[in-house]
Structure formats: C-alpha cells, structure tokens
Write a protein that binds this ligand. Structure first.
Ligand code: ADP
Ligand code: MG
Length: 703
C-alpha cells in the first residue's frame, strides 16, 4: 500500500523556510532579510546576492535545474517563465550554475500578453516581477523536473499592479496600520504587527480521466454544457462526509504528501454534498501565504488527479442541478504576539474592543457589500450566486443568536446587560459569554458568517484566486477602523465615546445582519425592503469597482489607483466575454459534430426498425412515436443551434468592454440554455450506446 512516512519529517522539506535560511545564511544576511520580511525594509543588492546563491545551492541539492518567478496575473491562475541556472559555457566546455540577487528580486517576463486592461499600453510596454520575500520560495517537483519557484509580484515599470499579489500586500499594510491604531487606543503597546489570517476551504470534483476526455465541454470549459440529470442525485445526502473510497483515499494521501512537502498545512479532507465532490482545508495562514498556498493546492489537486487516472474539476458549477463548488474564505486578524482581534476575549476591556471591531466590520460590509460581492464574481460563480438553483447573491452577516442578542441590547440601551445563556454581561463591566463555545456556525446559508473567532465569507468561487476577497476585506475593514480611530483618538472621554460609537455602528448597520435562512425566497424580498443590493451576475457586479465610493476607498489606503481599478474593470469584462465565448463555441462544436450526427443515426435505426417491424406485420406505434419525438427535438436542436451560432458571431463583432460582456451575459447565455434544453431531452430518449459522451450518472457515480 505504498510507502509510509512521518509527516513531521517531510513537512516543508521543499520550502526555503525560516529554518533553512537560518542554517544557510550568514547571520547578518539572515537578520537583514528578516527585517525586510517583517518591516518591509528594502533589500540591498549585496544581501540579495548572498540569499540568491544560498537559495540556488539549496534548490540544486533538491534537484532543481530551473527557477521561475511564480506570479499571479489577472487570469485567476498563476503564471511562470522558467530559466535554467546554467551560464554560458567556459572555454573548457564546462558550465556553472548561477543565480544572482538581481535575478532573485527582479525578473522580466515577456508579459505583453497577460491581461492588463490597457495599463501597460498606457504606462510601459513591459512588466516586471518582484520577489515577495514574505511568502517563502519552494522547489516544485513535477514532470518538468524540479523547479525553484519564487513567489513574486507583477507590476508595470511605473509600479502599477498587474497582478493579485501587489494589491493584496498593499491591503495588508492598510489593515496593519489601522488595526495597530485601534489596539493602541485600547492601551496595547506591545503588538508590532497585525496580519489577516486566512483559511480557505477548497471544494472540488473528481471524475474519471477516460470519461473526462470524451467530453469536449469539460476539456474546453471545465464544466458540462449538456447533460440530463441522473436518476440519482444528491438527494440522499449519502455522499456528504461518507466513507472515502479507496481510489479517492489514495489520491488524497498523495495530495497531502505533496502539499506537506511544500509546507502547505493540508488539514481536513472529506466528501462534500454532491457525489464525486470533496473538500480540502489547510490550517489558516497569513493572507498572502494563504493565497499562494491556495494556488499550490489547486495545482496539486489537478496534477495528482492526473497521476491517479482522474481529473480534478475546480469549476464552480461543473454539473447543472448538482451542488456547485465554493471556497469558504475564513478571515480574522491576528497580532504578532498572538491576539485575535475577532476573539471576544476574557476581560471587559477586551470585550469593548471586540464589540468595536465587530461593529466596524458590520459597517464595512454594509457600506461596501457591492465590492465584496464583486470580489467573488467570476464567470463560473454566476451559476452559484443568484442563479435559479443557488442561494441569492445578497451579502448579509450572520452573527448567531447570542451575539445578536448582545447587539439588540446595545442598540436599545447602549449597554448589554445580560446574555441569552444566563451569564451576566455588561460591556465595560463584565465579560461576554464564551462565544467560541456557542454553536455560532450552524447557519450554513449565510454568505458572511461569524464563526466564533473569525468570519467566513462563503461566496468565493472554487476556481477563483482568493486574493480579491481578501483585498476587499482588508481594505474595507481598514477603512472602518480608520474612521473609528479618527474619532476616538480625539475623544476627551474615551469610554463614553467608544460606547456611543459601538451603539451608533450597531444601529446604523443592523440591516446587514440576517440570522435566518438565506436560501429562502422571503429573504430576497426582505433584503430588498432593507435596501441591500442583490447583484445577480458578474457583469452586474463589475461596475462596483469604479464607483466614486470605491475609488475613494482604495485610493485612501493606496491599494488601487483609479487607473488600476479601471484596468481591472476592463480585464474583467474581457475575461467574462472570453469565457462565455469559449462555452458558446464549444456547445456549437459539440452539437454540430457529435450530438446531431448521433441523433440522426438513432432516427435511422428507428426508421429501419419501423420498416422491418411493419414488414413483419407487427405493431410499431412505440417506435413511430419515438421517432416523431426524436425528430421534433432534433429539429428544435437545429433551430437553437442556428440561433446560438448567429448570436455568438454577433457578439464577436461588438467592441470590447461592458457592451460586449453584457451581450454575452444577456443574449448568448440565453441562447445556450435554449440549445441545451432539447439536447438534454434527447439524451433521455436516444439509445445510451449511441449517445456520444458519458452521462452525468457515468461521471458522478463511476469515479
Ligand atoms: P468548517 O467546514 O466547519 O467551516 P473547516 O475545518 O473545514 O471548518 O475549515 C475551517 C477553516 O478556517 C480552516 O482552514 C481553519 O484553519 C480556518 N480557521 C480557523 N480559525 C481561523 C482564524 N482565526 N482565522 C482564519 N481562519 C481560521
Ligand atoms: Mg469545511
């Protein structure tokens, strides 16, 4: 049953970790690097040279031949360009392996074809990558051999962000500064840094590779574009947390092994709600490391699946009518000395601080609900958010019964005097109940739930980078903290001022709190009454990025300039249009070349049968009826195909940007649905042996 290993021995063995740096770097260099990592000071070239040489030697010992600046352009996935360590041959024909500090801290990918939304055209033709030394380098082993991967930011020469990492790091700086201000107000003089902690729960599907390869839709788009529902769906809930089958278990074992070697703390694994759906969650890490690790997790899931004769589907909705995949983004704020700002705490003092943090988050989420919604938008997630079978795309916050009770009291009296569980609570006098012990997280329908000592943002799509949601979270909360601190720093009577402010925020933003069933239709109506935005699609969500409010917000904390926001809007419309265009063209291809020909063959078989049976003098009503039904659906298919072809061609002619994206959203996706309907009906009629691709049942239940 394969080799056994001790996790402690292999954990992080392919990471250029703090331990490795301590061992391999001269003390002075190590200290300089730590200072850069912890305080963001500039790294001089001489120091970088020493680090690069040590990193190279270490990587070569691990078998590395190449290095790459591993970065995250606006495609949602990572990009890399590999360079080998070799130098020009010496006169004697031998070569050296070299890697300089300059190569470590700065790279120049020929990046002209990464989406930049016009930024590079406006500012500078080429982009460059810069080492993010706060996320450790690692050696990745795959079919290409071993490669030293250096996590990097990707910018234009004039410093405009062309990637996800740059704004994420900026937003982390913002939340750090504002959180420290807040902590100081409460008398904390010891914490030096506040970092967002992030734990993303990754959902995914596994399907058999041979079946996958028979489905052009899965190959080209990552989701099925046709497919009738199988007789059995997820109604029995027998998959959820069910026993993991051997083939899957063996896959998970390899995934864990590879992740652990890369220092990713793969922690929980289980089957999810849908058949063939699973989840993997790491232990939370600092936001930028968590974002990088999540990319590693997604890549590893895909690679290992192939090694096991399977394919990993990361798409948000691979199968219509079956539960989709998300990525719950758990988020909290931690100080370098171990305080979690979202932990209710043990002393009255901490309680007031907690309530201020909490009400600031209510304010942030209520004020910028549209931005949070946008941060979870990608073409795949449109099928999970606000579509017919998914929960509505309304942002609200779940606090849980107990905390809700505290809030209600705060709003009515300004002081909470009791708690539901009996313990006496007076903010500023006694302690809050131990909320972590409360079953606060049992509401699974809330998009933004308080779960004891963190918030869980559940809208994020399974395939998307978690950078955007965390950029938004960090920035909007920094904004709320900043407003609060501006007021409180000036207050003569801090205690009164802070109580008033908590009460004010709690009452002004109580509309964002919803503890009921977020999937119920009544909630949609109720949310509308409360004036909460219900943004149904990615195309509708994108404009949130460039409202005056958003430009002010991101500008205030130097997370995005107006030009950067505008470029992102452009990139997003383009990405959306491209994604739907590929889907539409795939449908056209599959319908024309596979489905219609198969159905024609089937009608021929039926017609021949009718003749033969009639000649034999037997009853042919069933065959005749089937033939008529099939022919009618075939004709519907042809009409819908022609329509889809027409609108897809039309779409291609439109100018890039909102108009085009909107046309794809409104017209092309509607034509896609019209083509799908008769094809799915045909799948239920046509002889299974003649249907040109594996069914949902084959894909979901025969992994
Ligand atoms: P559940 O499925 O019950 O929500 P999981 O254990 O699957 O819980 O995932 C919870 C995730 O939240 C894990 O990644 C975990 O490390 C993370 N997490 C726990 N505490 C915190 C915290 N304080 N801040 C951020 N993430 C956290
Ligand atoms: Mg989970």
């Amino acid at each position: 049953m394969g080799e056994y290993f001790n996790v402690a021995d292999i954990f992080g063995e392919d990471v250029f970790s703090d331990k490795v740096m301590q061992e391999r770097l001269p003390k002075k260099v190590y200290r300089a690097l730590k200072k850069t990592i912890e305080e963001g000071t500039q790294l001089d070239l001489a120091t970088a040279d020493v680090i690069a040489a040590a990193m190279k030697d270490w990587a070569i010992e691990k078998g590395a031949t190449h290095y790459t600046h591993w970065f995250q352009p606006l495609t949602g996935v990572t990009a890399e360009k590999h360079d080998s360590f070799i130098t020009a041959p010496n006169p004697d024909g031998t070569i050296l392996m070299e890697f300089s500090g300059k190569e470590l801290i700065k790279g120049e990918p020929d990046a002209s074809s990464f989406p930049s939304g016009g930024l590079r055209a406006t500012f500078e033709a080429r982009g460059y990558t810069a080492w993010d030394c706060t996320s450790p380098a690692f050696v990745r082993h795959d079919a290409a051999g071993a490669t030293l991967c250096i996590p990097t930011a990707f910018c234009s020469y004039t410093g405009e962000a062309l990637d996800q990492k740059t704004p994420l790091l900026r937003s982390m700086e913002a939340i750090n500064t504002q959180s420290l201000r807040l902590l100081r107000l409460f008398g904390n003089t010891t914490s030096k840094r506040v970092t967002p902690s992030v734990g993303p729960e990754q959902e995914y599907f596994l399907v058999d590779e041979k079946k996958f390869l028979q489905r052009k839709d899965l190959i080209f788009t990552g989701r099925t574009l046709f497919g009738a529902m199988p007789p059995k769906g997820q109604e029995l809930d027998d998959h959820y947390f069910g026993t993991i089958r051997q083939r899957i278990a063996s896959f998970m074992k390899d995934v864990n092994l590879q992740l652990w070697k890369l220092g990713v703390t793969a922690k929980t694994q289980h089957n999810e709600v849908a058949p063939a759906q699973h989840e993997l969650a790491p232990i939370y890490a600092e936001a930028n490391v968590a974002v990088d690790h999540n990319q590693i997790v997604m890549q590893t899931l895909k690679r290992v699946a192939c090694q096991h004769g399977m394919k990993c589907l990361l798409h948000e909705k691979p199968f219509a009518g079956v539960n989709g995949s998300g990525k719950h983004n758990n988020w909290s704020l931690a100080t370098d000395d171990g305080i979690n700002l979202l932990d209710p705490g043990k002393t009255p003092h901490e309680n007031v601080q907690f309530l201020l943090v909490l009400t600031c988050i209510l304010k942030a989420v209520d004020t910028y609900a549209d931005l949070l919604r946008e941060s979870a938008a990608d073409p795949g997630n449109d099928h999970r958010l606000g579509a017919n079978e998914a929960p509505p795309a309304i942002i609200s916050i779940f606090l849980g019964e107990q905390l809700q009770d505290v809030m209600t009291q705060l709003i009515s009296t300004g002081t909470a005097t009791h708690s539901i569980k009996g313990g006496v609570l007076e903010t500023g006098v006694k302690t809050l109940p131990d909320l972590t012990k409360d079953a606060t997280d049992r509401n699974r329908t809330s998009p933004f739930a308080f779960t004891g000592n963190k918030f869980e943002f559940r809208m994020v799509g399974s395939r998307d980078s978690i950078a955007s949601p965390n950029i938004v979270l960090n920035t909007i909360v920094a904004d709320a903290f900043c407003d609060a601190c501006d007021l409180l720093e000036k207050a003569d009577d801090f205690d009164t001022a802070v109580h008033d402010l908590i009460k004010q925020y709690a009452s002004e933003h109580q509309r964002i709190v919803f503890n009921g069933n977020g999937y119920a239709d009544e909630w949609v109506a109720e949310a509308e009454r409360r004036g909460l935005p219900n943004i149904k699609s990615m195309v509708d969500a994108i404009p949130a990025l460039t409202t005056e409010k958003a430009i002010q917000l991101f500008g205030r904390f130097k997370v995005f300039t107006k030009a950067e926001l505008e470029s992102r809007v452009e990139v997003k419309y383009e990405n959306y249009a491209k994604a739907i265009n590929i889907e539409a063209r795939t449908m056209i291809d599959v319908a024309s070349k596979q489905i219609i020909p198969a159905v024609i063959k089937y009608t021929k078989v039926l017609a021949d049968t009718i003749n033969a049976v009639t000649a034999a003098g037997a009853e042919v009503s069933v065959q005749t009826e089937l033939l008529q039904e099939t022919s009618a659906l075939l004709s519907d298919t042809k009409v819908a195909l022609a329509k889809l072809t027409e609108v897809t061609n039309e779409a291609a002619k439109l100018p890039e940007g909102e108009t085009k994206a909107r046309y794809y959203y409104e017209v092309v996706t509607a034509a896609m649905a019209e083509l799908r309907a008769p094809v799915d009906a045909l799948e239920m009629i046509v002889d299974k042996d003649m249907w040109p691709m594996p069914s949902y049942g084959d894909l979901l239940f025969e992994v």
